[in-house]
Design a protein around this ligand. Structure first.
Ligand SMILES: Nc1ncnc2c1ncn2[C@@H]1O[C@H](COP(=O)(O)OP(=O)(O)O)[C@@H](O)[C@H]1O
Ligand SMILES: [Mg+2]
Length: 347
């Protein structure tokens, strides 16, 4: 965790929407609907902070990441980088912005080209931005990057298959750092790694954050992984953020039933507490993002659901009952009944 985020946002995401057309037919494709991968997401990323994003597979995390890194264009909404909407920029104008917002991908086994040497992989961003490392300086810069991520600079001519999973992710991180970005969007950077290696990569990322003054968006499907590294956490469900808050707000005072369910599945290190926690088993699967439930999207799996939840979509806002409250309970949660006592016993 960083020293604590400064206040003004470096990235403001406002009403972000990404729909993918759903087509039928092979020869004559007809659009029969849309996959609503991201369906109205808003949040701020502040300088120097780590914002964790969690949620089950398919809830739209990677799509949010790709939109932030300008690898996709949104269907609607805005992404303000230092106040400017980068989602509408021309390709030319985008190039300069992209340099500052880099991605680290989930799978270090498939995201590195097996036919390129590590030196060429890490130096590839310089082809697009030669101003960062002029030709004569590249070699030195690549070796420096290897050193920064804890790999031997002598490995520069080796190929990805000669490295372990954790080392490969270090190579992916070195590539992400090559252009001196301000923001790193890390899409499940440790999910493909052995548990024993996950902590090493997370520790490395924390060290790099303070060394290079980076802001992180750190995606995971598991709340226990993001807890250590995140200043704030947003919980996603079916294309929406359902709850967002500081580490303490989310882990100690979750008010959305989905967050409570995810937390109930997290192992509790203290056995004297674990018996006070009720394991919440969610009924059924995540509904299709092509046809989400009316009202609250979580209602089909929620034990609190009643008529109002089907009729009326709960906004992501501080629940009225908590508005006057101070302390960690007063944070945004998209549930009509957020104020009701959670089923998860609090330690
Ligand atoms: N390029 C695409 N074309 C069509 N559907 C997509 C595309 N990318 C993602 N989706 C769909 O959007 C939804 C969200 O996907 P994704 O953002 O990858 O979720 P997550 O990263 O949380 O697992 C899924 O239903 C997925 O199938
Ligand atoms: Mg994903």
């Amino acid at each position: 965790m960083s020293d604590g985020p400064r206040r003004e946002a470096i990235l403001e995401v406002r009403g972000l929407v990404k729909h993918f057309p759903l087509t039928q037919g092979v020869l004559f494709k007809r659009q029969i609907g849309a996959v609503r991968a991201v369906d109205g997401v808003s949040f701020d990323l502040r300088p120097g902070e780590t914002l964790g994003i969690v949620g089950e597979s398919g809830c739209g995390k990677s799509t949010v990441a790709r939109l932030m890194a300008s690898l996709e264009r949104p269907t609607a909404g805005a992404i303000l980088y230092k106040g400017e909407d980068i989602s509408r920029l021309s390709r030319r104008a985008l190039k300069a912005v992209r340099r500052n917002i880099q991605m680290v991908f989930q799978d270090p086994y498939t995201s590195l080209n097996p036919r390129m040497t590590v030196g060429d992989i890490i130096g590839e961003p310089f082809d697009i931005h030669p101003e960062v490392a002029p030709k004569g300086d590249r070699r030195r810069r690549v070796r420096e990057l290897l050193d920064v991520v804890g790999l031997n600079p002598e490995y520069v001519n080796r190929y990805p298959h000669q490295f372990s999973g954790g080392q490969r992710q270090r190579i992916g991180i070195a590539r992400g750092l090559a252009l001196n970005p301000e923001i790193i969007v890390a899409d499940e950077p440790v999910s493909a790694l052995d548990v024993s290696v996950q902590a090493q990569v997370i520790n490395l990322m924390e060290r790099l954050q303070s060394e290079f003054d980076l802001s992180y968006m750190f995606i995971a499907h598991d709340l226990s992984i993001v807890r250590h590294i995140s200043d704030r956490v947003g919980v996603m469900y079916l294309g929406k953020i359902v709850e967002i808050g500081t580490d303490r707000e989310i882990y100690e005072h979750p008010t959305h039933p989905y967050t409570q369910a995810l937390l109930s599945a997290v192992p509790v290190p203290d056995p004297t507490l674990s018996h006070r926690r009720e394991r919440i088993i969610l009924a059924g699967d995540v509904p299709s993002p092509a046809n989400p439930p009316s009202g609250c999207r979580f209602r089909t799996r929620c034990w609190k659901a009643r008529q109002r939840c089907a009729d009326e979509e709960p906004p992501l806002a501080v629940p009225a009952e908590f508005e006057r409250a101070t302390g960690p309970v007063a944070h945004p949660s998209a549930c009509h009944f957020a104020e009701e006592k959670p089923r998860v016993a609090q330690p």
